[in-house]
Design a protein. Structure first.
Length: 201
């Protein structure tokens, strides 16, 4: 069993104030598209945001909307809240700006985690992608000291957790389109990704 988490914080400075999670993508708000993909694998879904109001009419009532315990601590703070409240031991964590998240990739990452790791993350084109990783709920205890040190990025967790990567060759050989780790950083990114909205899951 798996919990799915969407981190929907951030100030969207490069998006002219538009919430990335609500951008139209494939005929629906991006976050609704993500929820559809996560439902293929997860029986619990959590959105982490300190401003729930924009999402109340978008997400299904079965989706839990929670806020950070440690406010203004970026994605790492949101991840701490989610891991603390998730009901399952394994938790799939994505950013709200990732249009092509893959349940196939998540299943492969989860299978690797069951070998005894606290976290498994994708390694694509030589780069580690902490978002779209699978994390053990127990990682919440690792995060608290990091937050108190001023860390805000999810990558900081990999300095202290027992983790493994899953490489792009393995993922590709198992039918995963490597765009699953792509994220929208600007309006230009968004426009380019709209041209590829029908990538496989």
């Amino acid at each position: 069993m798996l919990s799915g988490v969407i981190l929907a914080g951030g100030e969207n400075r490069r998006m002219k104030g538009e919430l990335k999670a609500l951008l139209p993508f494939g005929g629906k708000p991006l976050i609704a598209r993500q929820i559809d993909r996560m439902k293929e694998l997860c029986d619990e879904l959590i959105v982490v945001t300190n401003d729930p109001k924009p999402y109340l009419n978008i997400v299904d009532r079965s989706v839990r909307i929670i806020s950070d315990f440690f406010e203004d601590h970026g994605p790492l703070g949101g991840m701490h809240a989610a891991l603390s409240l998730a009901k399952h031991t394994s938790v799939w964590v994505v950013g709200c700006d990732m249009p092509f998240i893959s349940s196939t990739a998540a299943r492969l990452l989860l299978n690797r985690k069951l070998d005894g790791f606290e976290a498994v993350v994708p390694l694509v084109a030589g780069e580690i992608h902490p978002l779209h990783g699978i994390y053990d709920r127990a990682c919440a205890s690792h995060i608290v000291p990091l937050l108190k040190q001023g860390e805000t990025h999810v990558s900081a967790l990999l300095k202290v957790a027992f983790w493994s990567e899953l490489g792009d060759q393995f993922l590709s050989d198992n039918g995963v389109d490597l765009s699953f780790v792509s994220s929208i950083k600007s309006l230009e990114d968004y426009e380019a990704m709209l041209l590829r909205e029908d990538l496989p899951k």
